[in-house]
Design a protein around this ligand. Structure first.
Ligand code: EPZ
Length: 417
């Protein structure tokens, strides 16, 4: 079992290159099932979730290899539309194979997705979209089975701007007859990036990144090379790491527009942030005021930065209030932060935090991807040794996380227990 061992107190200095966005690369990999010929994803991060989704494609006949820092995929040989629990249960993004394989084969049988235990994470909105397009859907024994004589374009309104359901609705519409208009879409930048990939392959999709997206069905998609957007959540994680550790770092390959909410908050907090092209430079300030925030669908504060930003609230002066409005069970990191000396009262989806000067090292355990990253950031701040068990959660979404932090001066190592 891998774990991080951190001796806190080191300020961060230097520069870090941000990888391509996990939550854009994953739906793009699923979308490759719709493409004739070779897909090449440049600068593809070899993180565990990417490896798991590639394994799913290979299990149904695709060819794929990591080469020259990217990922080459060819789905011409896809010969199966069934995906079992062992593979689908590895990650949430396996759910995108629903829309992709329904489009390709007009039938699909896939086990429920896995992913972080941050809430119930139902797929009712996904199912409604597929039914609206003409699919029959059977859910039993932990599997979803969909089939359709044909998929017909229609109007769909999402009950909630779900990222995954938006992606599945688009994937299931790409080859549908006629036009599909999807209302109340998720507006996350990763959606626009995933759609940019599909458009480059020949899809006719309009409005991605806004809450209304229209898709005109086409006959086929052709192989393309694509460079995904940079990972705004990884960038945000390093910005917050600097705020909780002290120091000043430079992030390369970032698009500050995608994390404007966090950047504005950090600038209003005590940090000095400047940006130039795809570089963001942050100087940590002294934690002289509270750090409160509420999460929500884009462009609100991203839920995927809530655990990390909670650490900053715990070491800021005064009382901070954190409201998690996307997932109903995304506060599991607070138990560990309290073990490290944080003063937190949880009231449902609201955390009331009274800041302390500094956390104290402890032996804690990650429960999910972003909660695990948050515990590492807490260790960077804490007095003494912090051990974070469950490093495999963090490795699902961050490439070389400990190496990048060590290069910035952190005293961190990844060890086997
Ligand atoms: C995507 O998950 C991301 N994962 C998550 O990132 C991210 O936190 C989330 O979007 C929100 O931004 C990937 O892209 C692989 P949702 P997804 O559907 O699609 C409810 C990370 O750390 N809902 O937008 O699963 C759901 O329960 C991960 O990188 C339904 O009720 O998120 C949740 O409360 C964690 N019914 C809310 O909507 C549905 O059918 C948002 O979920 C679907 C969702």
């Amino acid at each position: 079992m891998e774990r991080y061992e951190i001796i806190g107190g080191k300020k961060l200095y230097g520069e870090v290159e941000i990888d391509s966005a996990k939550n854009s690369v994953l739906p793009i990999i699923a979308a490759s099932a719709l493409v004739d010929g070779n897909v090449f994803i440049n600068k593809c991060p070899k993180i565990n979730d990417v490896i798991s989704l590639v394994d799913i494609l290979k299990s149904i006949g695709a060819k794929a290899e990591f080469i020259n820092g990217g990922l080459k995929i060819n789905c011409d040989g896809l010969n199966n539309c069934e995906i079992g629990k062992d593979l689908a249960g590895e990650l949430r993004a396996s759910v995108c194979m629903l829309g992709a394989l329904l489009s390709r084969f007009k039938k699909v049988k896939i086990a429920y997705p896995g992913g972080c235990s941050i809430g119930k994470r139902p797929i009712d909105i996904h199912v409604k979209c597929l039914k609206k397009l003409g699919a029959t859907v059977l859910e039993e024994d932990g599997y979803i089975e969909c089939s359709a004589k044909s998929l017909k374009g229609t109007n769909i309104t999402l009950d909630y701007p779900s990222v995954g359901a938006t992606e599945n609705a688009i994937l299931a519409s790409v080859f549908a007859q006629g036009e599909t208009v999807i209302f109340n879409c998720a507006r996350e930048p990763e959606i626009k990036d995933f759609v940019d990939f599909l458009i480059k392959a020949g899809a006719k999709i309009y409005g991605a990144g806004t809450s209304v997206v229209s898709v005109k069905g086409v006959k086929r998609l052709k192989g393309v090379e694509f460079t995904p957007m940079s990972d705004r959540i990884e960038a945000g994680t390093f910005l917050i790491a600097t705020a909780v550790s002290g120091g000043e770092i430079c992030l390369k390959n970032c698009d500050f527009k995608n994390i404007l909410n966090l950047i504005n908050k950090l600038a209003n907090y005590t940090c000095k942030i400047t940006k130039f092209n795809d570089i963001i430079y942050i100087q940590s300030g002294k934690g002289g005021k509270p750090f409160s925030f509420s999460t929500g669908p884009y462009p609100l504060f991203p839920t995927d930065l809530q655990p990390q930003a909670s650490v900053l609230s715990c070491v800021s002066s005064g009382r901070s209030v954190i409201s998690e409005r996307v997932f109903e069970n995304r506060f599991s990191h607070f138990e560990c932060l309290k073990k490290m000396g944080a003063i937190v009262d949880l009231d449902g989806s609201v955390a009331h935090v009274r800041g302390v000067r500094r956390l104290a090292g402890a032996h804690v355990c990650a429960n999910d991807l972003r909660g695990g990253a948050a515990l590492v950031l807490a260790g960077l701040n804490a007095e003494g040794l912090t051990i974070v068990d469950g490093a495999h959660h963090v490795k699902r979404g961050y490439n070389n996380f400990d190496e990048k932090l060590r290069a910035l001066g952190a005293d961190i190592k990844l060890t086997e227990k």
